[in-house]
Ligand binder design. Structure first.
Ligand code: HAM
Length: 419
């Protein structure tokens, strides 16, 4: 047991971590281009925040949260997603008084007690953004275009974008009544969970994956055809904004999303390569969330993009992420004096930003050169008594089998000139 990670969690080893670092750099650049600043919130929050924020009727809150009492008897939960914590922080830190919109992004780990499968873990990672204060569809377009550009920059192709509107509390209430009327005669044919949803959140029944529920909902009225004037105009604004940027989308009236806070626009980026559910990124507008968490009424919108699923997608599209900085030079040494000299040389080169290595294991010269090769070092030199006495050595290009005699005190320049 103690030599195994808990189910649903994974180590990110050096053979993988450079990919994560690459994505983190891409994300930081993307967010800078779009004017989003990074926020870091705690891994755990008061359970009530998620009950209120994510919603009591969601699978996440009902079944999937890692919740425990701390030593002070407070109910604490590991964050199952990023939005609720950011909303809490927006309110707590008085961000309403900052120039609006307030545009934030995060790279986080999140925790859900889910059934493990491809692309679904109990500890997973999200790149997310949240934007507060803007109520028109322009920011919806901005946020979707940001994800599209991110995928384009990574070289990803054929990722579908589905959009929908799930209305506001006014038209949703009317729609829910209509939907319940439609579903009532078939209640016995719905699964247990949907029977429960019937009173608490009937819209979610549309999203149920159970075959018997799908049969019942196939002819159900859709929220999209029951929007109020304002929500309809908002959705039209979103669509024409996406058209304006040349971003292709499908309107999918079955997207309702698994979290309770959404209003108006919802969207998902999907692919067949990332597991059963196929969603790489999901998001939408949540105009009532800040108020329901105790702040002033404030519109908001954001998305969460699963990093594990993104990596799966990149892999299946054959996209290669460049490896981290390679070792430029390996300095092999024969004898104690040369070893001390090598230590100084390596330090000087590193101080100037050149990735250099030397022996740390008392290896033979042959073993040192073998190791240099394994490291993928571009150049090597061998230091012995003569080299130190003459301050000269042979710089060997390990990839091209070329070599040149150089002065040791110009080693830095020699490497730079060959770059
Ligand atoms: P979500 O749809 O629950 O939305 O999650 C967003 C993304 O996180 C998913 O599309 C998926 O890529 C990834 N994800 C979710 N659960 C798992 C899991 N168990 N294993 C691996 N990846 C997973 C949210 O979390 C919202 N907070 C998004 C949002 C932000 N909406 C507005 N602002």
């Amino acid at each position: 047991m103690i030599t195994q990670t808990p189910k649903g969690t994974r180590d990110i080893l050096p053979s993988e971590s450079y990919k994560w670092q690459f994505l983190e750099r891409q994300i930081a650049d993307l967010c800078a281009d779009f004017g989003y600043k990074e926020i870091r919130t705690p891994v755990f929050e008061h359970t009530e925040l998620f009950q209120r924020g994510v919603g009591d009727t969601t699978d996440i809150v009902q079944k999937e949260m890692y919740t425990f009492l701390d030593k002070g008897n407070r109910s604490i939960s590991l964050r199952p997603e990023g939005t609720a914590g950011v909303v809490r922080s927006y309110i707590e830190n008085g961000m309403a008084s900052l120039p609006q919109p307030v545009k934030l992004y995060y790279n986080i780990s999140a925790y859900r007690y889910e059934k493990m499968q491809k692309g679904r873990y109990r500890e997973f990672h999200q790149f997310g953004v949240e934007a507060f204060g803007s109520k028109g569809p322009s920011i919806d377009v901005e946020i979707i275009s940001m994800i599209k550009l991110f995928f384009d920059r990574l070289g990803l192709k054929n990722i579908g974008l589905n959009i929908n509107s799930i209305g506001c509390p006014v038209c949703r209430k009317q729609y829910n009544d209509k939907l319940k009327e439609y579903l009532r005669p078939s209640l016995g044919d719905l699964c247990g969970v949907c029977n429960d949803r019937f009173n608490k959140n009937p819209l979610r029944i549309i999203d149920c994956k159970e075959e018997k529920c799908r049969k019942v909902t196939v002819g159900a009225p859709s929220i999209l055809e029951n929007l109020c004037e304002e929500c309809k105009n908002h959705f039209e604004g979103l669509k024409s904004g996406l058209d304006n940027l040349g971003i292709k989308y499908n309107v999918d009236k079955n997207i309702v999303r698994g979290l309770d806070y959404y209003t108006k626009s919802v969207f998902e980026f999907i692919s067949d390569n990332v597991g059963a559910q196929g969603t790489i990124c999901g998001g939408g507008r949540y105009d009532g969330l800040v108020e329901s968490c105790g702040g002033n009424p404030t519109p908001g919108i954001g998305f969460g993009l699963g990093i594990e699923r993104l990596l799966l997608e990149m892999e299946s599209q054959g996209i290669v992420i460049p490896e981290q900085k390679e070792i430029e030079i390996y300095i092999a040494a024969i004898g104690e004096e040369a070893d001390i000299y090598a230590q100084k040389l390596v330090f000087d080169l590193r101080s100037k930003g050149i990735a250099a290595e030397k022996d740390l294991m008392n290896k033979s010269l042959k073993a040192q050169m073998k190791y240099a090769d394994k490291l993928g070092a571009k150049y090597s030199i061998v230091l012995g008594e003569d080299e130190i006495k003459n301050s000269k050595a042979t710089l060997k290009n390990m990839k091209k089998s070329e070599q040149a005699e150089i002065a040791l005190d110009s080693l830095y320049e020699e490497i730079i000139n060959r770059r």
